[in-house]
Ligand binder design. Structure first.
Ligand SMILES: Nc1nc2c(c(=O)[nH]1)N[C@H]1C(S)=C(S)[C@@H](COP(=O)(O)O)O[C@H]1N2
Ligand SMILES: [Mo]
Length: 238
């Protein structure tokens, strides 16, 4: 995140004097920059210390993924015990079994998985149901502007704006490298938000809830941006 902090100015770029309104707006922006920068830095160090508490010496697996979980142990779910609920501000709340999800049209998204901690795995194929399809099936109500995700680890949460959630490269993934998503990778079902940092891709996904506004996720409470775009992925004009 760039924290270019505009200093107080009384002249426009072309040397034209700026109206007091504009100067005040710029000062406001500057103040926001000052407030946001350190919060993100606190978030990064807070994240590292939190991770070293729960995942000491996490080592990469054969493909280069590092196991992340904010809780010590996560229950295992399979085709008989797994459920995904879709609710909140929707006309048709639903609960899906693994088989029901597998029976819906499947999409494969191939993208690098990039953690903010400095590791990444290139070109990971995740296959599953487009989040947008599940939202369309549920019928988002007019008041809904965002989506909140909950996990059966009982602790993690994430969120996206509705516009982000409807992107074709956001999938509720059942498969990874053309095999069922393993438990340690967030199986049987995890989210894959391809254009954003991997912290947006909630593992052990159990709930999708349409909300009136964005509700901060777990790492966002530690200062991480809700809009976790990877460099170069941010849509123009967003
Ligand atoms: N439920 C849950 N999802 C999560 C996390 C977590 O701790 N719990 N960590 C996030 C972060 S920071 C990363 S980098 C990836 C790690 O995924 P992996 O364990 O499959 O490598 O999962 C993301 N999703
Ligand atoms: Mo991460």
């Amino acid at each position: 995140m760039t924290a270019a902090v505009p200093g107080p100015r009384d002249q426009g770029p072309a040397g034209r004097p700026m109206g007091r309104r504009i100067v005040l707006a710029m000062l406001g922006l500057g103040a926001a920059g000052v407030a946001v920068g350190p919060a993100v830095q606190r978030g990064l160090s807070g994240m590292r210390s939190a991770l070293s508490r729960v995942a000491p010496g996490t080592v990469p697996d054969a493909r280069g993924f590092r196991y992340f979980s904010i809780v010590g142990s996560v229950p295992r779910k399979d085709a008989t015990t797994y459920r995904l609920t879709v609710g909140g501000l929707v006309d048709r709340p639903a609960t899906y079994t693994l088989d029901q999800l597998a029976a819906l049209p499947q999409t494969t998204v191939v993208h690098d998985a990039v953690c903010t901690d400095g590791w990444q795995v290139d070109d990971v194929p995740f296959t599953g149901v487009r989040l947008g399809d599940l939202l369309d099936a549920a019928g988002v109500q007019g008041k809904g502007t965002a989506v909140r995700f909950t996990c059966f680890d009982g602790a993690y949460s994430e969120s996206l704006t509705l516009e982000q959630a409807r992107r074709p490269d956001v999938v509720v993934a059942l498969r990874m490298f053309d095999e069922p998503v393993p438990h340690d990778s967030g199986g049987p079902v995890r989210l894959f938000v391809a254009p954003m940092y991997f912290y947006k891709s909630a593992k052990w996904l159990s709930g999708i809830e349409v909300t009136e506004e964005v509700e901060q996720g777990y790492w966002e409470d530690y200062g991480y941006p809700v809009d976790g775009w990877l460099p170069g992925e941010e849509p123009v004009g967003a």
